[in-house]
Design a protein around this ligand. Sequence first.
Ligand code: NAP
Length: 265
Amino acid sequence: MSIKVMIVGAKGRMGSEAVKMSLQDPELDFVCGVDSKLINVDVGEVIGIGPIGVPFYNSLETALEQFKVDVMVDLTTPKTVYNHMKTAIQAGVRPVVGTTGLSPAEIRELEELCKQHRVGGIIAPNFAIGAILMMKFSQMAAKYMPEVEIIEMHHDQKLDAPSGTAIKTAEMIAEVREEHRQGHPQEKEEIDGARGAFYQGFPIHSVRLPGLVAHQQVMFGSEGQTLTIRHDSIHRSSFMPGVNLSIKKVMVLEELIYGLEKVIE
Ligand code: NAP
């Protein structure tokens, strides 16, 4: 039986890629799109692929009343994602979330809510397999080269900084790196922010420019050598195999998983 999928933010850059991906997979049944404004218009018409007979709703609650859905994919904004997840979990619908910007406290609350309702969920700050490998390799390297800086680079329409991927990478590095402040103890910023944002003593820098999609470089330095691990998503299609995998995986989960690296062993 196919998995019934609702895509919240289906008109957006990521959402419209997710619509195309789900239409191509016979194991998935894309039943409804949710947008902040659009109602009773065909999702396919809006995203430029022609009519597909799937409507937009402008309210997640109404859409959940109208359709029996297995999975809610959320690709919206940091402001809306928490409430969307709460609504879905309470309705017994499994969230697969690519939207970044959830705080650690919100993630903990949502984990608890999933446990209470015995609903599986996945929050993936990055759905690209290459980015997951970049994070895993960075964690491996940090064990031996604990002096590290993260430079993440995204398009200039991105709302949150640092990126969810950079935060997740920092958390994974911190699991193996003894916390300590990097740089010269007397270093002084001549311009505020010059050294970036510090996570457990190591810097994260965020670049925002038109032309970029999603890129990250993790630089390690030790006596006489440096190591750079870099990943580039040059098209949003790079995220879709991870979205597809998450939709299938979440069907057999009974808890909330934060990070696709826990799904891809
Ligand atoms: P985008 O093009 O701005 O799309 C966001 C969409 O969400 C818009 O269509 C927007 O519609 C819609 N939206 C906003 N509020 C909504 C609401 N309350 N209900 C329903 N829809 C709502 O952004 P994007 O580039 O696709 O990125 C979306 C999210 O995914 C961001 O958080 C981004 O950081 C994240 N992202 C994740 C990954 C990953 O691998 N996990 C990769 C890339 C991006 P309106 O314009 O009408 O408000």
